[in-house]
Write a protein that binds this ligand. Structure first.
Ligand SMILES: O=C(CO)COP(=O)(O)O
Length: 261
């Protein structure tokens, strides 16, 4: 049985004060979702605050990105060993906002995928579980290229790291058209995509495919989380806006508990 995971991606939001209230609100209800895994991804400057609030609570934390390089003259970057230093269990890799806004070259999609695969390798080597975000853009969605786009990135990762690396990886299907739009994918649509992702992994290794967690991300809220999470191939969620409000996020975590039956 795959343990559901709900990951809260705070993106570039928060302040010491608002984080404190948010963390307290979530932790006050943590006993209602202690059977699933919950991880928070604050902006890196608040990592220490989140680490000290969550240590010993059963919740995990991580960062929204990491460098593909080990150390040195890479201004503004954060290395895998720094994440280890702060007790990170997870790291987000390849989020579409980074691909679009900071991606080195969106025109050269191959180069982009290689960088993401390198970051993935850095995380795995440091013992941090990467959550690799995969999803099609609105244009790709409109012309029916979802499967091709999603599988291409998955293939790149497998080619770089070998399928064994996926044994320590979480995948997240995040259709760009659903992120921050209030327009979540339907449970049926998301299930279909998750299913073909799992089948692709199964072509390489059936056991890993059975165990790998595939999260859905894109406009998850307390009132739509349960039908998504109850789909057989959806193992939890990667939540943006819905993770910034304690009550909303707690509802989402509680929806994931329903999956346990
Ligand atoms: O990008 C996301 C999580 O990484 C999803 O964001 P929203 O939940 O705000 O749509």
């Amino acid at each position: 049985m795959r343990k559901p995971l709900v990951a809260g991606n705070w993106k570039m939001n928060g302040s010491s004060e608002s984080n404190k209230a948010l963390l307290e609100g979530i932790l006050s209800k943590a006993d209602t979702f202690s059977d699933i895994e919950v991880a928070l991804f604050p902006p890196s400057v608040y990592l220490q605050q989140v680490q000290s609030a969550l240590t010993g609570t059963g919740l995990s934390w991580g960062t929204q990105n990491l460098s593909q390089f080990e150390k040195g003259a890479y201004t503004g970057e954060i290395s895998a060993s720094m994440l280890v230093d702060f007790g990170c269990k997870y790291v987000l890799i390849g989020h579409s906002e980074r691909r679009c806004l900071y991606a080195e070259l969106d025109l050269d999609q191959c180069l982009l995928d290689r960088i993401i695969a390198e970051k993935y390798e850095m995380a795995v080597r440091a013992g941090i579980t990467p959550i690799i975000c995969i999803g099609e853009s609105p244009d790709e969605h409109a012309v029916g290229r979802t499967e091709e786009v999603v599988l291409r990135l998955l293939d790149t990762v497998i080619a770089h790291q070998g399928v064994e690396g996926l044994a320590h990886t979480v995948l997240a299907y995040e259709p760009v058209w659903a992120i921050g739009t209030g327009r979540s994918a339907t449970p049926e649509w998301a299930q279909d995509v998750h299913s073909f992702m799992r089948q692709r992994v199964a072509k390489h290794d059936k056991e890993i495919a059975k165990n790998i967690r595939i999260l859905y991300g894109g406009s998850i809220k307390g009132n739509n989380a349960a039908p998504l999470f109850l789909q057989p191939d959806i193992d939890g969620g990667l939540v943006g806006g819905g993770s910034l409000d304690a009550d909303e996020f707690v509802k989402i975590c509680q929806a994931a508990v329903l999956k346990l039956g």
